[in-house]
Write a protein that binds this ligand. Structure first.
Ligand code: KIV
Ligand code: ZN
Length: 524
């Protein structure tokens, strides 16, 4: 049966709606918060990727979330823009207000339906939850034709009660019914059964789209998403790189490539341009400062690397021996234009484009290019990974209040290490010196002298960007202040300079966070 949807019109039975929640569920997870301009950049890339729905935020959670839903609604054309709201009038009205400028909009409302959540979290009787669904779906429908209703902890809800709740949501005009596996507890067979059961038992089920939303606590996010579709769901909710609460959400790139690679098992159509997957994954890593692990499916650095001799031999004879999809189909390119100190700005810009960084403004490009030239002077070969590390480090930093200028350190086996550091703070250049227990400690102490703050350093890690002793070090610094958590990144051939840069980056992120109001905990 073909569903007639207010935003998508007649939807064929094999069409799957891709609902992206990177900017809501993804952004909600610790360390992944993004600024407004970063969210807008991601939203543009998501539209380019071809997602059908962008969940732009949770409008009532904070002023920042409201602004993000509002600005994405006003600027991004193509996808439907959604805002999350609890089943409560103030939430729904705030979401409606934030979505006002959207070409196509959706209000997404949520309330918990499991016995556990209703009793302890909501402290509501099941009948009161049903009444709340009735009033809130009705209210949401008076502000938007497209209303999604979600049963939080749906996978652990009593099947009969879930049928009652879904029936009420449909009766009051919900157009999409989402059954999340909120805590990542379900197994694929559960998901097939849940959707098949709802579709068979609930009156009006054939006139709405069912949606599957899966968390990854047991590593089942993608499997459960595919199982949800097998059970009849025709929308899936997922995030780029699988980011999201706790262990994350299902990863969009993995679900999409499973559908594309195994049409025999998953005969569905989406509007996703798979060649954009790597690009958007990198953009998100750059914005958040979190790289995906090397062995991450589809977008990890090793996803298409063949190390063993037997595999390489097979690949040379016929790539199909070890490759179930081509690297090009998800955006990896073969060409490796080597850049060196004589490369010009244009060649550098095209390399950035090839790596997926085509939204870099002129000022940013100038900064990154200057650092590239400096690196090319110091390093024999500049690899793609080096350039990615430079972009990661410079991305979106032209408005930062604190800027790294210069660092000199003295260290060794005798005595304390010493650091002499220069920073630019709000446009004024200042220097300080400090001794420390090793050069990193000395450099961090000098930063605290120049910009006093109470944040606690909770993580410091160092990795090499490439191989060789002249490789750049890539460092991460995590700072924590009043429950706020930020990660900063730095890259340099000098490990201590990379560490100082990472610290300065984290500090700037903290300053931005201090200005933002904290989102309320989501209690649906
Ligand atoms: O995991 C969940 O239950 C959610 C809902 C808000 C849809 O993210
Ligand atoms: Zn979720």
């Amino acid at each position: 049966m073909t569903v007639n949807h207010p935003n998508f019109g007649k939807i064929a039975d094999d069409r799957v709606i891709v609902f992206d929640t990177t900017l809501r569920d993804g952004e909600q997870s610790p360390g992944f918060s993004m600024t407004l301009s970063e969210k807008l950049r991601m939203a543009e890339a998501l539209a380019e990727l071809g997602v059908d729905v962008i969940e732009a935020g949770f409008a009532i959670a904070s002023n920042d979330d409201f602004q993000s839903v509002k600005q994405i609604s006003e600027t991004i054309k193509g996808p439907v823009i959604a805002s999350l709201a609890r089943c409560a009038a103030p939430d729904i009205l705030r979401a409606a207000e934030a979505l006002r400028g959207a070409e196509r909009k959706r209000i997404h409302i949520v309330i918990a339906t499991s016995a556990l959540h209703m009793k302890y979290k909501l402290q509501m009787e099941p009948d009161a939850v049903i009444e709340r669904i009735q009033s809130s779906v009705t209210l949401a429908r008076s502000h938007a034709d497209d209303v999604e209703w979600s049963a939080e902890d749906g996978s652990r809800s009593d099947p009969d009660f879930l049928c009652r709740a879904v029936e009420m949501a449909i009766k009051c005009g919900a157009t999409t019914i989402n059954i999340p596996d909120t805590v990542g507890y379900a197994m694929p067979a559960d998901m097939v059964r849940i959707f098949a059961d709802l579709k068979a038992r609930v009156p009006g089920a054939d006139g709405v789209i069912f949606s599957t939303h899966n968390h990854n606590d047991l590593g089942m996010g993608v499997a459960n998403t595919l199982a949800g579709m097998a059970g009849g769901a025709r929308q899936f909710e997922a995030a780029i790189n699988g980011i999201g609460e706790r262990a994350g959400n299902a990863s969009i790139e993995e679900v999409i490539m499973a559908i594309k690679t195994r049409p025999d098992a998953f005969p569905y159509k989406t509007g996703i341009k798979t060649q954009n997957l790597l690009k958007i994954s990198r953009l998100l890593s750059t914005i958040t400062g979190f790289d995906v692990q090397p062995n991450k499916a589809i977008v990890g650095r090793n996803a298409f690397a063949h190390e063993s001799g037997i595999h390489q031999d097979g690949m040379l004879k016929n790539a199909l021996t070890y490759e179930i999809m081509t690297p090009e189909s998800v955006g990896w390119t073969k060409s490796s234009l080597v850049l060196g100190k004589h490369s010009g700005r244009n060649a550098f810009r095209s390399k950035l484009k090839e790596l997926g960084f085509d939204a870099i403004g002129d000022n940013e490009l100038n900064d990154i290019f200057a650092r590239f030239k400096d690196l090319a002077d110091r390093k024999k070969t500049v690899f793609e990974e080096d350039i990615i590390a430079l972009v990661d480090e410079s991305f979106g930093r032209d408005h930062e209040r604190v800027k790294f200028v210069e660092l000199e350190v003295r260290s060794g086996s005798k005595g304390p290490a010493h650091a002499a550091l220069t920073l630019e703070i709000d446009g004024a250049v200042a220097s300080a010196e400090a001794d420390g227990d090793g050069p990193v400690d000395a450099a961090f102490k000098a930063i605290r002298i120049l910009f006093p703050h109470e944040a606690e350093l909770t993580l410091f890690s160092v990795g090499a960007v490439t191989e060789g002793t002249d490789a750049q070090a890539k460092t991460t610094v995590r700072l924590q202040e009043n429950g706020r958590l930020v990660d900063g990144q730095g890259a340099d051939t000098d490990t201590i300079v990379a560490a100082a840069r990472a610290y300065v980056h984290a500090l700037n992120k903290l300053l931005v966070k201090r200005e933002r109001s904290e989102p309320e905990a989501l209690s649906a």
